[in-house]
Design a protein around this ligand. Sequence first.
Ligand SMILES: *Cc1c(COP(=O)(O)O)cnc(C)c1O
Length: 344
Amino acid sequence: MKYTKNCFASDNYSGIAPEAWAALEQCNTGFADAYGDDDWTLRASNQIREVFDTDCEVFFAFNGTACNSLSLASMCQSYHSVLGHHLAHIETDECGAPEFFSHGTKLLTMEGENGKVQADALAKLITKRSDIHFPKPKVLSLTQSTESGTVYTADEISELAAICQHHGMNLHMDGARFANAVASLNVAPSAISWQAGVDVLSLGGTKNGMAVGDAVVFFNKELAHEFEYRCKQAGQLASKMRYISAPWVGMLQDDIWLKHAAHANAYAAQLGQRLSEIDGIELLNEVQANGVFVTLPPATTEALRAKGWTMYDFIAEGGVRLMCSWATTQAQIDDFVADVVAAA
Ligand SMILES: *Cc1c(COP(=O)(O)O)cnc(C)c1O
């Protein structure tokens, strides 16, 4: 397969997975009811209920920023706060959208090893203040898999959920890469979502191989009250919804979404392993999903960039991030590793 050297920059640099593409073509016949009242959207929603083995409320939006910020807004008043890891996408990469859509709900962040929120840090932040002068903690938002390429186990999520429950808080999960976590842990999607205490999940489709479209899944159905109005008001209700929802049908059937995620994870594992064997290169985090975070000698980074390789360095503090996707190939890995070796 032909590729360009920006193939590891991010998983959204990839194209559309064939199954998503095929579903788009399939849905492109005749007329269909608009605004989500079509059969494809019903099928996609039902498939999500099946995948999660529970009766949840499902909404489709254009991207993850919308899913996160609208679902957080649905749980918060303007005087509340949302707690999360300091590297959380909602904090670093959504241009204040969660605060904007919630009319001022404040994000409070904490440090945590391996990109994960730790129970003691969470408890400390929740109980830091209880007076009227401080925004009241209302939601914990966890990213699964994390911004550091690690994965929360079901037990870790349950432990954090118990703390939230104790304090009357809800648990939100930013699952832009939820598929990679499911594939990595080899568990049922329910085990690391509602069964572990997650109330609302932003379920990513784009980085998994779709063109556009992420979903909000409310396991706690009460929280979905009037959510459709939020989507519409925010410009997130697609009128030709079938083109957003049909790819979900294509991707969810026969666990294809997990097959693609496992493919991305396996190549990331291989890339991490091979890079870590090279002198002067160290993994910043264990590779548990589809991202590899490594420190490279500055001269190596420079040489790679000169050869055209694109790498993000703003997330991996002091290193670079390499993302694999459904479209990653052995040749891409081999070429990159060869160029690293040549530059070292
Ligand atoms: C990509 C991503 C999102 C969604 O980003 P959009 O650009 O809004 O689609 C959300 N959370 C995380 C952790 C992501 O990596």
